[in-house]
Design a binder for this molecule. Structure first.
Ligand code: S3P
Length: 448
């Protein structure tokens, strides 16, 4: 999405990080808030929306298929930003004039494909080089069973989706633990007669089902011997949303790990979403001996929220079971940096899905850590990191248009003996536009 030219960046060796930074809104909830509000009847109001490039790609696409979306600054002293979304109603999406550019965002692409699949519209989906190498067959297969047709090169983008006006409900067992695939099918099911079912053996983030249910859709969760079935009944009328988006636990992970590994640090991360389907990193870091205290735990809009006080502590190595992967799937790059700073060997198990992210994160983390002098191996789907409590650094990391690789190695540079340079910091804009100023506010320093 970003047309900015590549900007190399490194961080200086850092003194203690201190403060209470302003964290961005949750990316998964922000995408869904715009999409679902666009399908509601009436006006939704969203505050705390993440204004990163990925979510803006969703907003642009939803406008192109018919929703009216406005960003307004509320009058008064607070100058709060409120997003007003006027929905078209389930079934009301319009034919766009041109291709939908999804930029770097897999969530935008896969969920919007789900919505369009059961509307009689033809939509071209395009994206950047990173998104164009990611697998789309995982959504094309179930959506084709529901009646949509696709034209693509090897199940990748760019692709053209021809939505159906005679959708069929399906019952589909997810072959990969993916909230995006689950959500695409449930969204297609919204405009399908009868009951559409997704069977999920391993829990993944559950915002789609909980938000749609809160908006009035008939969503039933059935516990199975292994996992659960999520049923949605079509032709729902969705009520508009009034929502304050919680802060993103995946973005909070970066300052959190930074404070865990920079001696003397003491920071407070406020209003962070602690939905158990997202909180795996925090469980893991505490098992590693991190000093993370959950304060002010509460439920807001059905979501668990907490403030996290994070202080420096010497970390221990860890063996993370594969079953925990979906609850911390985006956090492995920054966890790998924490493991490098532990004394001893860590094994992060079952990371096959990391190969399908914005970059092949399994390979890119292994290569990057090795280049920084950290002994690292890939064994099947496991990442093994032989931590020594220090990172030599002195390398330039190729980040492959992957925001989380960028931020992970900038955090590593704070503790490296020689600065680590990343080849391009612009992808950070996709999820965490104020990452650099926020880290500076905590005491970090960066070099262009
Ligand atoms: C997301 C689901 C996850 C995650 C992504 C956001 C979502 O992807 O990695 O960053 O909002 O549903 P998968 O569904 O591919 O696991």
């Amino acid at each position: 999405m970003s047309s900015a030219k590549p900007t190399p960046l490194s961080a200086k060796s850092s003194g203690p990080l201190i403060g209470t930074p302003e964290l961005p809104g949750d990316k998964s909830i922000s995408h869904r808030a715009i999409m679902f509000a666009a399908l509601a009847v009436g006006e939704s109001r969203i505050t705390g929306l993440l204004e990163g490039e990925d979510v803006m790609a969703t907003a642009a696409a939803m406008r192109a298929i018919g929703a009216r979306i406005e960003r307004r600054e509320a009058s008064g002293e607070e100058k709060e930003i409120v997003w007003h979304i006027y929905g078209v109603g389930v079934g009301g999406l319009q034919q766009p004039d041109g291709p939908l550019d999804m930029g770097n965002s897999g969530t935008s692409a896969r969920l919007i494909m789900g919505m369009c699949a059961t509307h009689p519209i033809t939509v071209q989906f395009t994206g950047d080089a990173s998104l164009s190498r990611r697998p789309m067959k995982r959504v094309m297969d179930p959506l084709s069973q529901m009646g949509a047709q696709f034209e693509s090169r090897d199940g990748k983008m760019p692709l053209t989706l021809c939505g159906t006006n005679m959708p069929m409900p399906i019952s589909y067992e997810l072959p990969v633990a993916s909230a995006q695939v689950k959500s695409a099918i449930l969204l297609a099911g919204l405009n399908t007669p009868g009951r559409t079912t997704v069977i999920e053996r391993t829990p993944t983030r559950d915002y789609t089902e909980s938000m749609l249910r809160a908006m009035g859709a008939d969503v039933q969760i059935e516990d199975l011997d292994e996992g659960k079935a999520i049923h949605i009944t079509g032709y729902a009328e969705l009520k508009p949303l009034t929502l304050q988006v919680p802060r993103d636990p995946s973005s909070a992970a970066f300052p959190c790990v930074a404070a865990c590994i920079v001696p003397g640090s003491d920071i407070l991360l406020k209003d962070v979403g602690m939905n158990p389907t997202r909180a795996g990193l925090y469980v893991t870091l505490r098992e590693m001996g991190a000093k993370i205290e959950l304060q002010n735990e509460r439920i807001e809009n059905g979501e668990k929220i907490a403030d996290l006080r994070v202080q420096y502590a010497q970390l221990k190595p860890i063996d993370v079971p594969s079953g925990r992967a979906p609850s911390m799937i985006d956090e492995y790059p920054i966890l790998a940096i924490a493991c490098a700073m532990a004394n001893g060997t860590s094994r992060l198990r079952g990371l096959h899905e990391l190969r399908a992210k914005e970059s092949d994160r399994l390979q890119v983390m292994a290569d990057g850590l090795l280049a920084c002098g950290v002994k690292t191996e890939i064994d099947g789907d496991d990442l093994i990191i032989h931590g020594s409590g220090k990172i030599q650094g002195g390398a330039t990391i190729t980040t492959h248009l992957d925001h989380r690789i960028c931020m992970s190695f900038l955090i590593a540079s704070l503790v490296a003996q020689q600065p680590i340079m990343i080849d391009d910091a612009t992808p950070i804009q996709t999820s965490f536009p104020n990452f650099i100023p926020m880290m500076e506010q905590l005491g970090a320093e960066f070099n262009l």
